[in-house]
Write a protein that binds this ligand. Structure first.
Ligand SMILES: *Cc1c(COP(=O)(O)O)cnc(C)c1O
Length: 345
């Protein structure tokens, strides 16, 4: 099997990271801190936050069943996406392969980092993918494969067997974005991490955890990969307020379970109601807190809804999503407002 050293950019492999005051002394026994040029006034905002977010990772480790040294935390998933390019991909030379359609940030970050982005279309009726077709798009310069399951914007979970086949066959890094995993019937691939050192699983506090505002994204991977991410990230990438708020949220995972149950029940109700509308051609299978619906005229219906103050996502121009709207599940009354608007269309 290919070694991590062969996959990581040489300059990153040998990078000596910035060593902050808190890296050099992180103990708790001391009581006079005159090492970081902080202002002694304005507590608690005067102190730099923990660069490695140890308390948050300890709490997350319990909730997710992943050891703390296999967790990276970033300023949203976006940071973990960008880091993957900066760690593994040589600009102007390397490429990545991804399913399409999928989340737009993988391509934006590829473009920013001057990395070729190769798309392999999902099946147009099931939105499933074929491991063989994904692998066939790879060459010696392919460093990353992006998979998103449940996928955005299609909503469906991808085949676990196909994902494992890619992870087991590809001589590079496979990143599975599980932003919607808490809504899914499928188990997380986190349990596959110990057996697959080339796997990175991403999750986020932004969806099921109801905390998009705090910007906290996670990557789970081998401790060797996490160590490299920690070298490359900004020293204080997750601020104190975010760390505190994440700890609060993590104290109450049962609250999240309650939200998920309600949202899944609302999702069933909405899908059934949509299917009864004459404007609805098809609601695609979903495992997330949204669904994709093909309608008679997505642009017209989108504009009509905007006029009524109800905003959904128009995916009409996205590959394989002609005339599709992506509809997020809201509260019961928000959902009812959407339904009554659509019924009057
Ligand atoms: C919403 C979403 C995220 C979350 O991004 P954050 O930066 O953590 O808010 C990540 N991946 C996908 C596919 C998403 O839809």
């Amino acid at each position: 099997m290919i070694s991590l050293e062969q996959l990581v950019r040489p300059n990153i492999w040998k990078l000596a990271p910035y060593s902050s005051a808190r890296d050099e002394y992180s103990g708790k026994e001391a009581h006079v801190f005159l090492d970081a040029n902080e202002n002694p006034y304005n507590a608690p905002y005067n102190r730099y936050p923990d660069p490695l977010q140890r308390e948050v990772k300890a709490a997350l480790s319990k909730v997710k069943g992943v050891p703390a040294d296999m967790i990276f935390l970033g300023n949203g998933s976006d940071e973990a996406i960008d880091l993957a390019y900066r760690v593994f991909c040589q600009p102007g030379r390397d490429n990545v392969v991804a399913i399409a359609p999928t989340y737009g940030m993988y391509k934006v970050c590829a473009d920013i980092n001057d990395v070729e982005y190769r798309e392999v279309l999902l099946d147009e009726s099931t939105y499933q993918f074929s491991a063989d077709r994904l692998l066939a798009a790879c060459d010696v310069h392919t460093k990353l494969i992006w998979i998103c399951s449940p996928n955005n914007p299609t909503g469906n979970s991808l085949s676990r067997d196909e994902m494992l086949k890619v992870i087991e066959s590809f001589e590079g890094i496979v990143i599975v974005d599980e932003a919607y995993i808490d809504f899914s019937q499928q188990p997380s691939l986190c349990r596959e991490l110990p057996a697959h050192p080339n796997l990175i699983v991403m999750q986020t506090m932004s969806k099921a955890w109801g905390s998009a505002a705090i910007r906290l994204g996670m990557a789970f991977a081998s401790k060797e990969i996490i160590h490299i991410y920690n070298k490359v990230k900004y020293p204080y990438n997750v601020n104190m307020l975010t760390q505190q708020q994440a700890l609060e949220a993590l104290k109450d995972p049962f609250e999240v379970d309650k939200w998920v149950k309600i949202l899944l029940a609302e999702r069933s109700r909405m899908i059934q109601a949509l299917n009864e509308l004459p404007i609805c051609q098809q609601v695609f299978k979903t495992d997330a807190n949204f669904f994709l619906a093909r309608v008679t005229d997505a642009n017209a219906i989108y504009n009509y809804l905007v006029d009524k103050g109800v905003i959904v996502r128009n995916r009409n121009r996205i590959t394989l999503c002609k005339d599709c709207l992506r509809i997020t599940i809201g509260t019961r009354s928000e959902n009812n407002e959407l339904l009554s608007a659509l019924r009057q269309y």
